[in-house]
Design a protein around this ligand. Structure first.
Ligand code: NAP
Length: 256
């Protein structure tokens, strides 16, 4: 099937859809025919993404919603609003919501460690659990969960003890969910970006970015759309025998 039509009639949920990689994922999934629920903690940015989505396919219907992925109540409200709007649960979920609160291990405040774990790891747990419950309950034949980890979860990174811990955590979560959810036809995979040009990395000092970019064999930072390409592949049936995997999208950073 052509890449532009492989997600026709799929209902997809993207957290962190208001910015950066999440926004690019929403645009890519919509361009392949999916209906997209753009979910973000910021109502304004989710609405901006919604307005940018194509409606080229008949029956394609997008919506935006506010969610705090670290709150069980907020995640459950989101799933209920999807059911009310579409009379079915989403069959694709991309966990792209994430935050950083960087500092060195010896200076890291407990609340900054906790907040990053709450959003990046617990948030992924809450969304994955609610999404899978809804899909399994309706007896849908297949589903796909794609979670944004990070290469930093594999190799560590100075000043990111909380972030690296959370991103290692989502890989373990994904591998476990893949084992438990296979019997429901739900595949679970991670995408591990390297350094991608988004508002998240815009906060990193120029000096650090130049040093990091110099380490990338491809000699540049990645674009959000290049990560979205891989998310769309994992969402689609083109990856139907892949589960529990982590795919690096790093321009070759830390090969081997
Ligand atoms: P981004 O531009 O900051 O986008 C993240 C989005 O998530 C923002 O819209 C943010 O809203 C939202 N968000 C934050 N907390 C939330 C919450 N509690 N509930 C719901 N939404 C929330 O970051 P990005 O670079 O696109 O990152 C997307 C994902 O890729 C993240 O999981 C990140 O860790 C991962 N990643 C990024 C890179 C990179 O180089 N950019 C590399 C590896 C992995 P606010 O802006 O209002 O906070």
């Amino acid at each position: 099937m052509a890449a532009t039509t492989r997600l026709i009639s799929r209902l997809t949920l993207v957290t962190g859809g208001g910015s950066g990689i999440g926004r690019a994922v929403c645009q890519r999934l919509a361009s392949e025919g999916a209906s997209v629920v753009v979910a973000d903690i910021s109502e304004g940015s989710a609405s901006d993404t919604l307005r940018s989505l194509p409606h080229d396919v008949r029956g394609q219907e997008h919506m935006s919603a506010v969610v705090d992925v670290s709150s069980k109540e907020s995640v459950e409200n989101l799933l209920t609003s999807i059911q009310c709007r579409y009379f079915q649960p989403a069959s694709v979920c991309v966990n792209a919501a994430g935050i950083t609160q960087d500092d060195f291990l010896l200076r890291m405040k407990e609340e900054d460690f906790d907040r990053v774990l709450q959003v990046n790891l617990k948030g992924t747990f809450l969304v994955t659990q609610s999404f899978a419950k809804a899909l399994a309950a309706c007896g849908a034949p297949k589903g796909s969960i794609v979670t944004l980890g990070s290469i930093v979860g594999k190799v560590g990174n100075i000043g990111q003890i909380n972030y690296a811990s959370s991103k290692s955590g989502v890989e373990g979560l994904t591998r476990t969910a893949a084992k438990e959810l296979s019997r429901f036809g739900i595949r679970c995979n991670c995408v591990l970006p390297g350094f991608i040009l988004t508002p998240m990395t815009a906060k990193v000092p120029e000096k650090v970015i130049s040093k990091m970019t110099a380490m990338v064999p491809m000699g540049r930072m990645g674009e959000p759309a290049e990560v979205a390409d891989v998310c769309a592949f994992l969402a689609s049936d083109d990856s139907c025998y892949i589960t529990g995997a982590s795919i690096e999208v790093t321009g070759g950073l830390f090969i081997g």
